[in-house]
Design a protein around this ligand. Structure first.
Ligand SMILES: [Zn+2]
Length: 216
């Protein structure tokens, strides 16, 4: 009995210390290793505390349209902290599109044309396009607009699941989430936000839901 009580006490201390120190994986950090200081970015438009994303896909190529509804529902089906709707271009705040080949090459660079699958641009409420930690530091840190560019060479994807995975991953960036396997306190958790590996799942994982809960 005593042993069991002691075990419970240790477990609750661990749980407490975990929740006190855990924070969302951010896209940008300042400082240097190992003392990275997070620069939290979050969605500005909320509805009863939930991030409210309004999607449009007018310029998304037909090779991706099958995944549009599932991708835009993936986060809102996983957590009450995210609400999503699909709307016309003039009312949207997140546009998922396929750029021209030339635009894509300019965006990702010649050597990455076939190796990058999707890329997200976020703009803050002061109209700063966030492209590095400096622009993030100097912004309001409140995201008001997202552009998700899907690779116009859709044959680069190994499977249809990878297209959906990429869209759900990029929407995670629009919500302000970074990669949990980046150089800033990396973790091995399963996550839709991991960079460079594709999995059979196409919805946010427990780690991602926790990151959203810490942010919103
Ligand atoms: Zn990413």
């Amino acid at each position: 009995m005593l042993k069991r009580l002691r075990l419970v006490a240790i477990m609750s201390i661990l749980l407490l210390s975990f929740s006190a120190t855990s924070s969302a994986h951010e896209m940008y950090y300042s400082g240097s290793a190992p003392n990275w200081a997070p620069i939290p970015l979050k969605w500005s438009i909320t509805n009863f505390g939930a991030a409210h994303l309004k999607f449009n896909n007018d310029s998304l190529s037909s090779s991706y349209t099958n995944h549009y509804v599932n991708a835009t529902n993936a986060w809102s089906n996983s957590t009450s902290k995210v609400q999503t709707t699909r709307t016309t271009f003039s009312y949207s705040n997140v546009d998922i599109l396929t750029p021209t080949n030339d635009f894509w090459e300019q965006k990702v660079g010649f050597v990455n044309v076939y190796s990058v699958y999707g890329i997200t641009d976020i703009t803050t409420t002061d109209n700063i396009l966030i492209k590095d930690s400096n622009s993030a530091i100097n912004s309001t840190r409140l995201i008001k607009y997202g552009h998700i560019y899907m690779n116009p060479h859709s044959q680069v994807f190994g499977s249809e699941n990878d297209k959906l995975y990429t869209m759900v991953h990029e929407i995670g960036h629009v919500l302000g989430l970074g990669h949990p396997n980046s150089i800033f306190y990396p973790v091995n958790d399963d996550s839709i936000m991991r960079q460079g590996s594709y999995s059979s799942y196409t919805t946010p994982r427990a780690h991602d839901i926790n990151d959203i809960s810490n942010k919103y």
